[in-house]
Structures are given as structure tokens and as C-alpha cells.
Ligand binder design. Structure first.
Ligand code: ACM
Length: 264
């Protein structure tokens, strides 16, 4: 199976331009699953809930519906970060859109980063895995800062994920080894779609560091983007290979766990 990670610089509060770029990537990339960055429909650095509410989308709204139609017509899966509204609630979400529209799920970011707490509600979906037997893959989403909590990736692995997709807007340079390790310790593929560029609000600039990558289930880099450029990286993966969690005759990384010994 061929998966693609798209690294680009969304424009803050310009949904039209961002969507047009996203659509052109979906139409042109030869890959079954396309993974886009966190909040790439809207840009990232909101200052308050009012700003988010002006641009937030319903998961059943026009844009997600348009992406769903494209997914079905082109037979491509799409993972995309967007600001979601649900009544008065606002979430930093990602949609996992598969050609079969009954499989579509929305993941709401569990761990909010920095000033996101002034703009979004904490996610309430929890971690889940979407099974697509057509492609023999189980996809588990998490978003950006969720990486700092090994419980996120572990929960997805325990739920059967073969591939963790991680739409991101990472502003540090300390995550690379950790995400490779999350892949290794869970024996899963990991696709990190980070953005590039910067956003300045109230004299504070956030710089997004690129470095998007696809790691295999040994934690090795399959392909990697640079830190500054718009790039698409593509890898072939074999999801079924992640399911054997033993690495010798006696050890299995899931069944060897001792939850009674952990104070979690
Ligand atoms: C982040 O969660 N956007 C760092």
C-alpha cells in the first residue's frame, strides 16, 4: 500500500486557498492514503474561541462532504486536520475519510498544546482505530502534542492499529526520536505530517519545523521531508507485517506487558 504525507504552509484563516491546495494534492498524488497536517484547512495560531468559531467546520459540512465525495470517486483515503464545531464546542480535529463513507471518523485532539486551551475544547472521542479490510489496514489517528504521551500511541496499538497517522503543527525539534520510538515500541508504522512556515500574532511568532516523516515498525525512517520546503513524501507499507508483536520465541511486546505493575 502506498501512503503519502503532504508538508506545506497553510495560510492562517484563508480556508479557500488552503482547500484549493489540498484539493489539487488529492487529485494529483498517486497514493491510496494521503495524510495532511493538523489544522491545515485553517492555519494554526488562533488567539481565542471567537476566531476559531468563525472558521470552524461541521464534520457533516460542505468541505468534509466535498472531500468525502473526492475520496469515493478517486478511491483514496484522506486524513486532514481541521477546526471542528459541534454546537458551542470547538475541537482541534482530524477527519479520517475513506472511500466507503460509512467508515468516516473524526478524532478530536486529546492533549491540547500551549494556547490551544483558549481556543478549543479538549477532545472527547478518545483514541480509536478504523479497520479498512479493502486495503487490509487499521488506521489509528492522533494529533501533534498527543505524541508527548506514550499512552496515546500505546492505546492505538492495543486497539490494533497498523499505522498511526499524526497530523501535526510541531514547533519544537525534540519529537523526531520519540515518534520513531513510538513506532518501534508498538511495532507500528508512524506517519507524521508536519507543516512548515510561521505565524505571528501579538508579536509572538510560532515557527513550524517540517521534517515530516514516515517511520516503519522498527522505527526506521522510510522517507523524510526537509525542514523548510513544501514536499510530498511517499512510502510503500505492508500493514499486516505490524501484527506479529513477538520478536523472538519468548517475547511479545503486547502480551509481555504488566499493567498491574504500572501506576497509570
Ligand atoms: C502542537 O500540538 N501543535 C504542538
Amino acid at each position: 500500500m502506498r501512503i503519502a504525507v503532504i508538508q506545506f504552509a497553510p495560510i492562517l484563516m484563508d480556508k479557500e486557498k488552503n482547500l484549493s491546495k489540498i484539493l489539487s494534492y488529492i487529485n494529483s498524488i498517486d497514493s491510496q492514503l494521503l495524510i495532511f497536517p493538523e489544522l491545515c484547512l485553517s492555519g494554526y495560531y488562533f488567539l481565542n474561541r471567537h476566531e476559531v468559531s468563525k472558521i470552524a467546520e461541521l464534520p457533516t459540512g460542505e468541505i468534509i462532504s466535498e472531500l468525502q465525495t473526492l475520496s469515493t470517486i478517486l478511491n483514496k483515503g484522506i486524513v486532514i486536520g481541521f477546526p471542528e464545531k459541534d454546537g458551542e464546542k470547538l475541537y482541534n480535529s482530524c477527519a479520517v475519510i475513506l472511500p466507503d463513507k460509512t467508515k468516516r471518523r473524526i478524532y478530536r485532539k486529546t492533549h491540547l498544546f500551549y494556547k490551544e486551551r483558549f481556543c478549543f475544547d479538549s477532545g472527547d472521542t478518545g483514541f480509536f482505530v478504523i479497520d479498512e479490510p479493502e486495503w487490509d489496514i487499521r488506521i489509528g489517528p492522533m494529533i501533534c502534542y498527543d505524541w508527548r504521551f506514550p499512552e496515546s500511541a500505546r492505546t492505538l496499538a492495543l486497539k490494533g492499529a497498523d499505522l498511526i497517522v499524526c497530523p501535526s503543527n510541531l514547533v519544537t525539534n525534540v519529537w523526531q526520536n520519540a515518534l520513531s520510538t513510538r513506532a518501534l515500541e508498538n511495532n507500528v508504522y508512524m506517519a507524521v505530517a508536519n507543516r512548515i512556515g510561521s505565524e505571528t500574532r501579538n508579536n509572538e511568532t510560532l515557527i513550524f519545523n517540517g521534517d515530516s516523516a514516515i517511520y516503519d515498525y522498527k522505527g526506521e525512517v522510510l522517507c523524510k521531508a526537509g525542514q523548510n520546503d513544501e514536499e510530498v513524501i511517499i512510502s510503500e507499507i505492508e500493514p499486516a507485517k505490524t501484527r506479529k508483536k513477538s520478536f523472538n520465541d519468548y517475547n511479545d511486546i503486547l502480551t509481555d506487558r504488566r499493567p498491574d505493575m504500572y501506576e497509570l
